[in-house]
Design a protein around this ligand. Structure first.
Ligand code: OAD
Ligand code: ZN
Length: 237
């Protein structure tokens, strides 16, 4: 792997599963407990804001009790080692709204589906770091209006940072997808995008995913095993 210089890594709920955060589509996952259209769309928020705010308040509270696992730590180590190599680039693009990559020490992380730890004011458009509940309608620290919503991307809304992601992909030699089912676009399309640019593609997932057939290579197993193994390999090679 000596010829790999620029890496883009996409992560999904599977990387945080062993930290105790529910995935969306596995048995017992979040979308089995709640209908997507009841809690994760702008229409749901308009129809029943209390239900939506309570759902995200519960998740925000839960993730703050969870810890990064060895997969997050291995990626943070890779990020750090890669930053020391002149002319080498690395970007972690996560669909996760938890902050476990950051808490593990990773520096270059984009949250394309937003983050639980921000509140977004629908009155003045300012985003504020936020770790408490929103159900009581606290005032926005910037404008004082009680119009805060979770800063997460709902179905029907545009994911964040797409230009930066596609420009990193264009420069990449390797695209790695970790713990994601490949069910939600545009992230699910990154692998085809990469393939069309002749970029090497690797999937690390518990089992075969909807997107597996698109990857040059697909390795199966729990993230806490396959991710540290791969990081060792790439740093050793
Ligand atoms: P999913 O729940 O769709 O998929 C999780 C994937 O992780 C599955 O392919 C599992 O096989 C795999 N997995 C489970 N446990 C694992 C483990 N211990 N190690 C490795 N892999 C494991 O979650 P995402 O693909 O992240 O979007 O979902 C994508 C988006 O759909 C989410 O960001 C969210 C959701 O609706 C929004 O809310 C906008
Ligand atoms: Zn405001």
């Amino acid at each position: 792997m000596a010829d790999i210089r620029n890496i883009v890594i996409l992560t999904g709920a599977g990387i945080s599963a062993e930290s105790g955060i529910d995935t969306f589509r596995d048995a017992g996952g979040l979308w089995e407990q709640h209908k997507v259209e009841d809690v994760a769309t702008p229409e749901a928020f308009e129809r029943d804001p209390d239900l939506v705010l309570r759902f995200y308040d519960k998740r925000r509270e839960a993730i703050q009790t969870k810890q990064p696992n060895t997969a997050h730590k291995a990626l943070a180590r890779l990020d750090e080692e890669w930053a020391r190599k002149p002319g080498h680039e690395l970007l972690i693009v996560t669909q996760n709204v938890d902050d476990l990559h950051e808490r593990a020490g990773a520096g270059r992380v984009l949250h394309m589906h937003g983050t639980h730890l921000n509140a977004w004011c629908t009155a003045c458009d300012v985003r504020t770091p936020w770790n408490g509940p929103l159900i009581e309608r606290p005032p926005c620290p910037a404008c004082g209006t009680s119009a805060l919503r979770p800063d997460v991307v709902w179905f029907g809304e545009m994911p964040y940072e797409m230009e930066r992601i596609y420009s990193a992909l264009r420069e990449a030699d390797l695209f790695v997808s970790i713990g994601t089912s490949g069910a939600v676009y545009p992230a699910a399309g990154f692998v085809q995008e990469a393939r069309s640019m002749r970029i090497r593609t690797l999937e690390l997932n518990l089992e075969a995913s909807m997107g597996s057939r698109w990857f040059h290579e697909s390795r199966h197993g729990p993230a806490t095993e396959v991710v540290p193994q791969w990081v060792e390999e790439i740093l050793g090679g």
